[in-house]
Design a protein around this ligand. Structure first.
Ligand code: ZN
Length: 252
């Protein structure tokens, strides 16, 4: 089985290190090149994630810096990593090649300026999640207590995703936002969410959500993050199955 992993935190970590971490084998990077080879990963999604603590005016720069590392450190130094900008390219990958897909986790860095999203598309972004866990200018995240849906800007972003055939990612989105995206999005995806029926965490999907995704033909990609897989009544049973490097991740 070859795996399509739609989410990792490599770009934010390389940016935080100011380029010090080597994509080749830095142990701090859960999805470094060496590990993708060991796992025979067909395609890896690389999320741009901007620290919510950054002032608004610095967020787009942080986003651009992470895109720089995607091209310079990951693609620029690894000939066997192949940029994916069209879905048909995935079927054309040769043995030993891994596709690299640029994704955006939370639209905070574009602020209220859709021109920035056009630009990010031109720079290679092909999947857009509206939020991380909390509210932003587009929608409420899954941990935002008021549980709101999409703003007008959020709806405009989904329309732009549709026009460009970009995925709209529902992982991290509030439940109300989820159902609105399912109405609006031509290409919905859950990039890293599991089943609430197995692990009752707000980051996981209810059966109704998962069923709606499958009925749409929308992919749901699972995530091996301890909090999202651990069975509360049997915490010891789930944890030993996880590799130590997964346990050490701090955010997903
Ligand atoms: Zn995440």
């Amino acid at each position: 089985m070859r795996v399509i992993d739609m989410h990792c935190d490599v770009l934010a970590k390389i940016e935080a290190s100011r380029g010090r971490l080597s994509y080749a084998d830095a142990p701090e990077l859960a999805a470094n090149r060496q590990r993708l080879k060991e796992g025979d990963i067909a395609v890896q999604g690389f999320a741009i994630f901007v620290d919510p603590a950054l002032p608004g005016s610095m967020r787009f720069q942080s986003c651009l810096d992470q895109i720089h590392y995607f091209y310079d450190e990951i693609l620029g130094k690894h000939d066997d990593m192949t940029l994916i900008t069209d879905w048909s390219q995935i079927a054309q990958l040769q043995d030993g090649q891994t596709g690299a897909l640029l994704t955006l986790e939370g639209v905070d860095p574009i602020e209220n300026d859709l021109k920035r999203l056009h630009l990010l598309y031109r720079l290679g972004v092909r999947s857009v999640g509206l939020t991380w866990n909390y509210a932003n200018q587009a929608a409420d995240g899954v941990l935002e207590p008021r549980g709101g849906g999409l703003t007008t800007l959020g709806r405009d972003i989904v329309a732009l995703n549709n026009r460009y055939r970009m995925l709209t990612d529902v992982s991290h989105l509030s439940e109300r936002g989820f159902w609105e995206v399912l109405e609006l999005a031509a290409y919905p995806i859950a990039s890293h969410s599991n089943a609430q029926a197995l692990c009752d965490h707000p980051r996981n999907l209810t059966d109704a959500q998962a069923r709606a995704m499958f009925e749409r033909g929308a992919p749901v990609h699972v995530v091996y993050y301890p909090e999202f897989v651990r069975l509360k009544e049997h915490p010891d049973k789930a944890l030993p199955l996880l590799p130590s490097r997964v346990r050490s991740r701090s955010r997903t």
